[in-house]
Design a protein around this ligand. Structure first.
Ligand SMILES: O=C(O)CCC(=O)C(=O)O
Ligand SMILES: [Fe+2]
Length: 284
């Protein structure tokens, strides 16, 4: 029996009682719709091989390799490994791996001309405590903006890059550090739901086009405050065998980054694009 149950009050839905490896189109349709309606979807209790996980992920859109080459699976470049090789040769914890995604609220792929539609993780090992992924609803962030900001942001375009204002990123190879910023509207309309969201990422924004740096700094601080609205959060506590997909067009997320470092927290991760050649080219 398939069970679909809401998780957070404004975000998140859980599905139990399916095996994603045998799901037909009629079985997949309500799952996809539940994901569109609730931004974040968890399917519990799956036992997958890498090809199973890629095949299921590709029902949502084309999967492309992540720009961080050093964390790709050596035999399956479409798979990024999270939580693997987190110590250097001297046994010292590598923060860029251990705390990946924990620097702050963000949306994945804002540095691409065609940002990732979705990101999906499959949990292989879960720590005894901590290690949650936190999610927030970006429709609620837009709805909660003061009217003054809604008017100010109307038509405003931001320039985003991998390292944002910091420039460099520890997860990129040397040859990939020189990232050319791309432009996105700060208020975006979701192509499938038609709803407006606040499209923002404080770690990847470089500038707002036509706005001075100092004024841009103030706007960044103000928008950062608006990203997570009361009641619009959901914290996912992982179970082994969970698949979680989030919609980068209408949600933000961050890793809690707080699990005991001597324990394993391991996921396979894929980046999922919108259909179309442009998206594929932009992600390469
Ligand atoms: O590990 C997590 O909980 C999320 C990491 C993250 O931000 C990502 O995979 O995009
Ligand atoms: Fe992320």
């Amino acid at each position: 029996m398939v069970e679909i149950r809401r998780m957070g009050p404004q975000i998140g839905v859980e599905v139990r009682g399916v095996d994603v490896t045998t799901l037909d189109d009629a079985g997949f349709a309500p799952i996809y719709q539940a994901w569109l309606d609730h931004n974040i979807l968890c399917v519990r209790g799956q036992d997958l091989t890498i090809p199973d996980f890629i095949r299921y992920s590709e029902r949502f859109g084309p999967v492309t390799p992540h720009p961080s080459k050093s964390t790709r699976h050596p035999d399956h470049p479409k798979i990024t490994m999270l939580g693997i090789n987190k110590r250097d040769a001297d046994g010292k914890l590598i923060d860029a791996i251990y705390r990946r995604g924990a620097e702050g609220w963000h949306t994945d792929g804002a540095y691409n001309q065609a940002p990732f539609k979705a990101t999906q993780l499959y949990a292989l090992a879960v720590p005894s405590r901590g290690g949650n992924t936190l999610f927030a609803n970006a429709y609620a962030a837009y709805d909660g903006l003061p009217q003054r900001l809604k008017e100010r942001l109307d038509g405003v375009v931001g320039a985003f890059s991998y390292g944002g204002r910091r420039g460099k990123s520890a997860l990129l190879n040397q040859e990939d550090q020189d990232w050319k910023p791309v432009l996105h509207r700060i208020v975006r309309t979701h192509p499938e739901t038609g709803r407006k969201s606040l499209y923002f990422d404080p770690g990847k924004i470089v500038d707002f086009i036509g706005i001075e740096r100092a004024e841009g700094d103030e706007l960044i601080a103000e928008l950062t405050q608006c990203m997570v609205q009361p009641e619009a959060e959901y914290h996912h506590q992982w179970e082994k065998g969970d698949i979680v997909i989030w919609d980068n067009r209408c949600s933000y997320h961050r890793a809690a980054g707080d699990y005991p470092p001597e324990e394993d927290r391991i996921h396979w991760r894929v980046s999922i694009n919108d259909f179309g050649v442009e998206a594929l080219q932009a992600a390469e």
